[in-house]
Each structure stands twice: as C-alpha cells, then as structure tokens.
Design a protein around this ligand. Sequence first.
Ligand SMILES: [Zn+2]
Length: 500
Amino acid sequence: MEQVLYIYNTLTRRKEVFKPLHAPHVGMYVCGPTVYGDAHLGHARPAITFDIVFRYLTHLGYKVRYVRNITDVGHLEHDADEGEDKIAKKARLEQLEPMEVAQYYTNRFHEAMDALGCLPPSIEPHASGHIIEQQQLVQQILDNGFAYESQGSVYFDVEKYDNVHKYGVLSGRSLENIKDASRELAGVGEKKNQADFALWKAAQPEHIMRWPSPWSDGFPGWHCECTAMGRKYLGNHFDIHGGGLDLVFPHHECEIAQAVASQGDQMVTYWMHNNMITIDGKKMGKSYNNFITLPQFFAGEHERLERGYAPMVIRFFILQAHYRSTVDFSNDALQAAEKGLERLLDAWTALQNITPDANGKVGIDYVNALKEKCYDAMNDDLNTPIVISNLFEACKTINSIADKKETITPEALEGLKDVFKTFAFDIMGIKAGAAGNAGGNAGAAREEAFGKVVDMLLEQRSKAKANKDWATSDLIRDNLAALGFEVKDTKDGFSWKLNK
Ligand SMILES: [Zn+2]
C-alpha cells in the first residue's frame, strides 16, 4: 500500500492513519436498513459513503470483508420500551406475514442500491437469522454482572457499567447528561434507571415476532444484532464500523458498552459516520414526514420533485459533498449535479475520440500531477468533492484538446484515460452513459439504442458523401442539427453529441 490513508475516527475525534489489524485483510461493518419501508435519500448516503470506503480500500489492494446487516427484527425506536415493534405493526395493518414484508422491502432496497451503483457487501446477515448469537451476547453480559432481568426482559445496567468502564466515550455524553435528557420520558417501568437499555424484551401477547429464550418469549434489543453479527463475521476486534451520524447515540454507544461488558474491551478501531441529508435544513426521516423514497426520486413522484432524477445523478450529488458535511436537498442542487455529471461523462466520451500528437504540449507530468492530487484528496479522509473538482479541471484540458486548441502526447492520453477510469468509475463508482433523466439502467439502455440510430444515420451520410451525394449528406446533417445533434467530421469519420 503505497498510499497513506487518513480517516476521521469519531471515537478519537481526529484524522488517523488507517492501519488495519491484519493487513491486507480489512474488516468493515456498516449498519444496514430496517426493512419495513422503502429506502429514502437519507439511506442512500451511508450506502454510497461506505461503498466508496469499500471501493477505495479494495483499489489500494486490501482484501475487504464488508458486512452490512438487514434489520428484520423490529426494533424499538429511541429505546422507548413502551413502543411497538415497527415491523409487526405494519404487518398487522397490511395483514401480511412480517417476513414477507421484510423480504419485499429487502428486495426493493437491493434494487435501489444496484441502481445507485453500490457494490453488494461481502456478507449481508439478517438479525432474525442470528437470534442465538444475540442471546449468547445477552447471557455473557448477564454473567459479567452488567445486566439484570426484570419481568422477562433483560436490561443493560448503564450505571454499573459506567462505574467500572466509562459510558459515553463515542458520543462524548456523560451519564449525568443522559439521565437529565431522559427525565422527561414518562415512567421508568421495568428499568432500574432511565438510561438502561433493553438487551432482550419480553413480547406482549399480540407481538408477532418472538423467539424462546431463558428469560421469556421475546426478541432481542436493537443494539444487540450489530455487536453479535460484527463479532461473528469479523472477530472480536476489527477495523471499521460505520453508519450515519444519527446512530452515534444511542445505537453505537450501546454497541461499545455491549462489547466491553461482554469481552472486556472494545471491538472496533475506527468509527466512521456520514453526516445527514437535510431538506429545507431539516433531517429527512419518517418521523419528520418529509422523506422522499428512492423509487420516488427515480420516478419523480413526489410533490417536492420537479421531475425524476437518474440514480447516478443522486450518487454524484452525494459525492459532491464530503461525507462528514451535511447535504441540503433542492431541485436546483440536483439539476446542477446532473449538469456536472454530464460534463464529466462528455469529457470521457471526448477523450475516446482524441488523436494524440507525439509532440503534444500536454505530457505525462500533467497526468501524474492530476493523479497525485486525486490520491491526496482520497487519502485525506475520502475527500470526493476535491477529486471531482480535479476531474472538472481536467475536463477543461480535455475539451481544449478535443477542440484542437491544445495537443497531448500518446503516453499522456493513455494516462489521462486511466486516471478518469480509476477515479470516476472504479473508485467513485460512476457509471458511464447514466447521466440522463429518470429511468436508471433502463434509461441508459434506451439512450444507447438511440445513440446507435444516430450512428447508423451518420454512416449513411458518410456513404452519401463518398458517392458525392451532397444533397443527402447535408439533409441528414441539417435534420440532426435541428434535433439538437452537433455533428463533427473527423479524420476517422465523424463524432456527434446531443446539445440539450
Ligand atoms: Zn447497527
């Protein structure tokens, strides 16, 4: 690994050199979706952020095991113990089997992720398939004295834990703060302290999702699954744990406490968190009733959307901000991202049609400097907006060369293609030919078919020219121009692009 990668560790609150425990192997766990509804724009961000981490580490030569779970056991939001199991609630409303709901939305999630160009994780474990591992975790914590049983449920004893270890190391909250914040909540119920969280919950009679346990027929607390499955697939100590910033507290804080309470030390070296997507400055989410699902984004079916946006445009929009900055949604911002992506892909197309010149002015030094700037940006905590701005700079050069205002050596031309391919396609995961309006992969396929029709017409025009049939040749060119196609005659034949 010749590149030195720095990543921001939420636990230490600084950028640190990334040093895996068992190089070249890297273990990465990312909190996945709760599959009781369609994924929204807020879900796209962690998926894309950690796809970039996965892609970049792989590019650097690491062998990454990327685990992202599926939460199909309904968890209790905000650890409100009186709350209802979300999946079970929806399942009753729709008169469906909970696992049917979970499977349906898992499939939809996979489709959306695929459209966004996110590579599938190496392992995608389901919480419902790891009840035994979660029960083992609960038992270990009980055995070590950091949990107690109460009316069939098991709670983590935060105060007792805090006396021995320290609770709140990730979020920087003290137990006192947490107690103060919890005071408003009504009723301590079965818990000794309001800050205690459920490791196992006894199921109410109407509760559909339930499993037998030494304590009761019930279900695991939400925080258990990531600790149990992270340990199962990545070991007691692994490199990266990721998720959205909204998971720092309580979810990841509880995960740390569970790990330390069960095995005596922390499991994770680097905690990485992406920032939120806002809409009019507010977090998107079901509880705010302002979320736009990814299928709605692709189809343009939401009152806040002027039209649909291709999945690649959404990916590019998200990558234009650093993952630790917030991104505010607007139609204008998405349309600007769409133009930017088109500019990038147009330059890539132009690059394929450039004829180099042995005495070209743009040489390999230019390409090497560009490559170094792109690596520097990625190594600085995965700064994709800087990579994009470097590529935009390169687009200017490419366009000058394409317009014959500038010349490039054969070596530099190959180098430039390689830099584009590496950073735009392999690392940032942009798919060529995917900029247009809504439609995703189907849209790209249609565009390709239309493109072939234009090629066919222009081949007819070339034949007409060869036969000195200038009338037909001009007719084809003028008609295409009227439709917005700009046709250029080149040494090898022709090139065209659609200006719209
Ligand atoms: Zn999690």
